[in-house]
Write a protein that binds this ligand. Sequence first.
Ligand SMILES: [Zn+2]
Length: 303
Amino acid sequence: MRVLQRSLATLTLALGAVGAVGTGQAASVGSPGAVVSGSPPPGAAAATARTPLTPLSLCEQLARRLPNVSRAVCARAQLVPGAATSVQGQPLLQRDVSAVSARLRVLVLGGIHGDELSSTALVLHWIGAAMETPSNIHWRFVPLMNPDGMLQGKPTRTNARGVDLNRNFPTPGWDKEAPTYWAKRTRSDPRRYPGPRPLSEPESRWLHDEMERWKPDLIVSVHAPYGVLDFDGPTVAPERLGRLYLDQVGIFPGSLGNYGGVHKKVPVVTIELPSALRTPQEAEIRQMWLDLLRWTAERLGAG
Ligand SMILES: [Zn+2]
């Protein structure tokens, strides 16, 4: 019961934090800047420029907003600005952790959906785990792929132009399939708008280009809140990571799993944490990490 109470308190706090800042943002929604050519989804925020984040200012914001992330945890991650920026000009911050003997490249992504706060929290914790765990893997962590979505008053799944980045990748037949799927299967849900064309967004374009440039052997993409593990790609899927079990949920036009795993043949592990607002406990974060390392060693030859 105590655990439940604590969880509820955390949830209330998180929601409170989101709601409190949210009021300041209301005016920007629906302003002329929100219009996306073609199909403007009503949830789109204004694509106005903001003061660019530094690693320090990002950590201050994240520590206030994310469940179970202190400034110390974020500072320890030693994020640095990558080459790419979001629609609103925010740098996509990243961190490499690598030994000289590294043979495999693994890209770990959080916060593609801006309202899945726990995904960014998990990746920040995992940067600390990677620094403590010797392996022959070159890790590249990008804890917040969609800063505009997560850092606005009320976090949104979509980016600043109202695009679901995880439907914006150039899967074969996108031009026909993605808009049709959106219109028919999601009934034009603004949270799932795939964009006017594949790679129309700087955030998804960066990831696409990074796959071409850096050629990761594995991509781990963290989401919430479905509480399962999904996998796309050429090798045997992990059965479980911590308490999450494999349950392959299907293929969507324009998703990263579909593009990376099915089309480009780069294994994509998609983690769906059980809650978007609660970060797993330390022990669970650690167990998931160890299970990921073990599976990577068995299936991809890292050790
Ligand atoms: Zn998601």
